[in-house]
Design a protein around this ligand. Structure first.
Ligand SMILES: Nc1nc2c(ncn2[C@@H]2O[C@H](COP(=O)(O)OP(=O)(O)OP(=O)(O)O)[C@@H](O)[C@H]2O)c(=O)[nH]1
Ligand SMILES: [Mg+2]
Length: 331
């Protein structure tokens, strides 16, 4: 019995460790640009004074944490520093991590809500090239490995090569794709896909759509039609509408989310290409300035490079270098 619990505990901690490692790897660029600069600031300035706060502000804004969020964060830090009577800059790091985790944590959870039995439908939306199709491929892989029956719907009938791209992912992952010819009505594709999913006893249907700008009203209307077809054919569906955002576009991603979120019944966000940016602080800005939870993050182009978002893991991975450094100092 004891060994069973020990094995269970070990396997859980191994899993947590591998998740943190994935984040660590994917956040390398952000960590180098952001954490190393904070570290440098702490060692150079030593004391917490006005000049220290000003420089910290600059670093945070540079990492795309967003001006409003940075102001809030610095104010909270000031309060905490006074309360705890901190003078030494080196002691600020744990307080900063704590505050960042606080900003990232929300009331709503980061899980993707699916039916425990029966068909769940997840719709992916977003502007061109943000990583919708890739995320669908990765997520299909994840669910398939968990033993779920997955089906994909090729709802991007607009861009040349889009259907083939989804089919390549389908083959790679080993799941079927429901499609029609290029140029056909995406709502009709969704209708077919839902019928096929029901007939085949599928657990999760992942629906791709064409990239669109939130200000193109005909395309937003098309999305609306897709949404209505799914809603009509499956009770409670779509279970999630995930807006995919490209982290490398920084503050632009934030404004996309604001505009899209208002118009298309978005339930959560996917932030892709975090591996490709030094501005991973955008996660914090998005979390703090929008009511929408970040549910998934993309950390590379491969099948396994997708993680469920976890605020503590994220901040931990971000500060991995610093935490190690401060532990060494303590030794
Ligand atoms: N480095 C990195 N690249 C990514 C990630 N996610 C997607 N990409 C790449 O981004 C590019 C665009 O991805 P797609 O999945 O085609 O994007 P999309 O939103 O479906 O694009 P459209 O269908 O044209 O609107 C591809 O080259 C992907 O490999 C990620 O997390 N990290
Ligand atoms: Mg696509």
């Amino acid at each position: 019995m004891v060994s069973f619990f020990k094995r269970l505990k070990d396997s859980i901690s191994q899993k947590t460790e591998s998740v943190t490692n994935k984040f660590k790897e994917g956040l390398t660029k952000t960590r180098t640009a952001f954490v190393e600069r904070v570290e440098e600031l702490i060692t150079r300035r030593k004391k917490i004074d006005e000049a220290f706060y000003e420089e910290l502000e600059e670093i945070l804004i540079g990492a795309d944490v967003g001006v409003n969020t940075v102001m809030q964060l610095i104010d909270e830090l000031r309060v905490e520093v006074k309360k705890r009577k901190i003078e030494d800059a080196a002691e600020l790091q744990p307080v900063l991590s704590e505050k960042l985790i606080g900003l990232l944590r929300g009331d709503e959870d980061n899980k993707i809500h699916l039916e425990s039995s029966g068909l769940s439908v997840v719709l992916f939306v977003g502007v061109n090239g943000v990583g919708k199709t890739t995320t669908i491929g990765k997520l299909a892989h994840k669910y398939k490995s968990e033993g779920k029956r997955v089906l994909l719907a090729a709802g991007d009938t607009f861009r040349a090569g889009a259907i083939e791209q989804l089919e390549v992912w389908g083959q790679r992952v080993g799941v079927d794709v429901i499609k029609q010819s290029s140029g056909s009505d995406p709502a009709a594709v969704m209708f077919d896909a839902v019928q096929a999913a029901k007939q085949r006893g599928v657990d999760i249907l992942l629906c791709d759509t064409a990239g669109r700008l939130q200000n193109k009203s005909n395309l937003m209307e098309e999305l609306n039609k897709i949404y209505r077809v799914i809603q009509r054919e499956v009770p409670g569906a779509p279970h999630e509408v995930l807006l995919v955002l490209d982290a490398t576009t920084g503050q632009n991603a934030l404004s996309q989310a604001k505009l899209f979120g208002e118009k298309s019944g978005v339930t959560g966000l996917v932030l892709t290409k975090l591996d490709g940016t030094a501005k991973g602080g955008i996660v914090i800005a998005i979390r703090n300035e929008l009511q929408l939870p970040v549910k998934l993050v993309g950390l590379g182009e491969k099948m396994d490079d997708l993680q469920e978002f976890d605020s503590e893991q994220f901040v931990h991975a971000l500060f991995a270098g610093l935490i190690q450094a401060s532990e060494q100092v303590e030794e």
